[in-house]
Ligand binder design. Sequence first.
Ligand code: HEM
Length: 391
Amino acid sequence: MAKPVEEILADVDLYAEDQSENLLAAAAAARTTCPVPHTEADGGYHLLTRYEDVRAVCTAPELFSSAQPAIRGVPVRVIPIDTDPPDHREYRRILNPYFTRAALERHEPQLREIARAAIESFVDKSSCDVVADFAIPFSAGSLARIVFATDNRELVDRGVAAAKEAALTSSPEAFQLLAGLAMEALAEAEAAPDDGADNVLRALVTAKIGDRALTLEERLGMVTTLFLGGLDTTRGVIANIVHHLATRADVEPLLRQPGGWQRELEEFLRYETTVAFMARTATQDTQIGDTPVKAGERVAVFFAAANRDPAQFERPDELVFDRAGVPHVSFGFGIHRCLGLHFARIQLAIAFEELLARTTRFRLAPGAEIRRQAGLSLGSPHRLDVVFDRV
Ligand code: HEM
């Protein structure tokens, strides 16, 4: 049963299943009366509901540290998410070259192949569960091939389950499991014969900060973050866009525009905000707007609420495809802005190009029930049963 807005406001809990459906409505109500409410959930935190506050906090890492980047805490290192300047800069310097648009576009043929193989597995049935049959095989397969340069899909499949659990509950076990998988992936990369190929995992083995090599903890922390960042995110966006395809007649023509649908994609990203929130900790007594925040207090940076702030976006609760620009914060803002944003955008463009090359007229399957995730991937469907026609 979905809790009503007034009850949520008395006791916000970003991970509570019974609050997830009305969380954005609760944030909207808070925004006009008490824009930075405080909750006692999970040890207590301030909740940001305004776009300007989210951007201000994300651009002040000296005041708001990322050392503990999740509301429920993370028992393992997740580098660079859990770092502040100056260390953060060093880690990004190592990772960035592998995530530029140009570096990733080189992998386009492989990405198309992964998408086509997934589509092939269900297209003849004219029905599928978009999450299990398409979004997961495609996003996990892409991460495995392009980022981890491995064919070990079994390892990545275990990563899919652990990353979903981490997003749903932030349980220590899920994070430990991810770190264990990161260890396996690293060991595999280190044991592989050097074929001269340049990829992230190999780079971590040889990378240096100053004149020292990365420690095992640092390498593990970076690979754990790639599992986390790459697995439960793009998956959610793909499923959400198919949901719009299946429920609105105007979406398919937009995705089939000859010039591409970059602008529409940004609006989908704003509207859905699949990484709903992250955390920061105040390093000194300060304030957010008029709200005092003491050193050591935690702040939930609610990206999903910022993306629905009417002070920034007209008609924020509607998909509006002809906005002049969509300066959403779905990939975060400031120094921690998503490392994988080009990868995500390229994957999303290819996923739908390939899907619509084989299918048309998506509808929800008769009797389909859509249960949406609570927690970090707020709103992503657990499964999405659809039917379609073949083209
Ligand atoms: C649509 C898909 C995605 C969304 C919505 C998303 C969202 C985000 C957000 C909101 C942050 C900021 C975290 C913060 O401020 O604390 C972030 C950071 C990050 N993301 Fe993504 N992400 C996506 C895809 C990916 C992919 C595919 C990868 C990697 C393969 C990735 C890797 C990372 C990493 C490593 C960071 C940390 C960056 C840093 O701390 O400097 N993400 N992402």
